[in-house]
Design a protein around this ligand. Structure first.
Ligand code: SF4
Ligand code: SF4
Length: 280
């Protein structure tokens, strides 16, 4: 699969939840760009050659007022594809306006089910309503972190989501340095939910692609709320792969693909967009 140019943009740090298992520390779950910086981000996207998928996350994007007031109306004027990862706490009226503004360029909506904050039945009912507003071409996914200590309850959650005709996407719990080591009781339950050897379309098990050719930095990069761009999430974690800042004009794409040197690829976006070459 040829690489599909993709940007993962952390539009803001603020979040209206405080999940006990959040991988982002409270210290980093803060802040958002100013109106002037949003305009600079939009100008940067407008100048990008070709069509990119801009996949936004936070914090929680909808918890930042500027997301619906400025970012989405601005992106709606550009040719790029738009995706979002959200905790799905925004009211349906706001979500309806989001769908209407983005229109047929809406690529993927990933909604994360956080049972510490929502009732599963109400979440699923809301998701069904929202799904009915999307074109069939727009992917809609319900993410669920396999939170340690709760995994025995999650087969029923998966069944409830799937019974509603929705895609359930399990994610193993990540830690600062890798993946949570589930105990002997929970590990088989995790594997029953994810499958023994899932593809990146079936589950996020944060595999290693060390040694594979990857277009991170060339056809894919991650962008934070301060404008800093990195080749990928893992590179950023190690303080590597810095591509410059899109707000001060220092951003440059890497010259070409490189061989992955990391033991974890924590997000399925590179695998599912052809950024990392997985072969047949
Ligand atoms: S909704 Fe997401 S970003 Fe917010 S606290 Fe929960 S896991 Fe963290
Ligand atoms: S395979 Fe994943 S971890 Fe490795 S360079 Fe590519 S995006 Fe980064």
């Amino acid at each position: 699969m040829p690489p599909r140019p993709t940007i993962e943009w952390q539009t803001n740090g603020v979040c209206n939840y405080d999940c006990s298992y959040c991988i982002q520390s409270r210290k980093y779950r803060q802040g958002h760009p100013s109106d002037a910086d949003i305009d600079r981000f939009l100008a940067f996207f407008a100048d990008l050659p070709g069509v990119w998928e801009i996949k936004m996350s936070g914090g929680e994007p909808f918890a930042f007022r500027g997301f619906m007031e400025r970012i989405i109306p601005g992106l709606a004027t550009l040719p790029h594809r738009v995706s979002v990862l959200t905790n799905f706490s925004a009211p349906l009226g706001v979500l309806r306006r989001f769908v209407a503004l983005v229109g047929d360029r809406l690529e993927v909506v990933s909604v994360s089910l956080h049972r510490e904050y929502v009732d599963v039945g109400a979440f699923v009912a809301k998701a069904r309503t929202f799904r009915s507003w999307l074109r069939p071409e727009t992917a809609f996914v319900v993410n669920n972190v396999l939170v340690p200590g709760t995994v025995a309850e999650l087969a029923a959650v998966k069944a409830e989501v799937e019974a509603a005709g929705l895609k359930y996407f399990p994610q193993v719990m990540k830690t600062k340095h890798g993946v949570h080591a589930y105990d002997a009781e929970e590990l088989p339950l995790v594997q029953a939910i994810t499958g023994a050897c899932p593809t990146a379309r079936e589950a996020n098990v944060a595999p290693s692609y060390r040694g594979r050719r990857c277009w991170a930095g060339t056809a894919y990069f991650v962008l934070d709320q301060f404008g800093r761009a990195f080749a990928c999430r893992t590179a950023k974690r190690f303080g590597e792969g810095y591509l410059g800042n899109v707000l001060d004009g220092t951003f440059r794409l890497a010259p070409g693909p490189a061989v992955c040197r990391y033991d974890i690829c924590p997000c399925t976006v590179p695998a599912n967009r052809g950024i990392v070459e997985l072969g047949a």
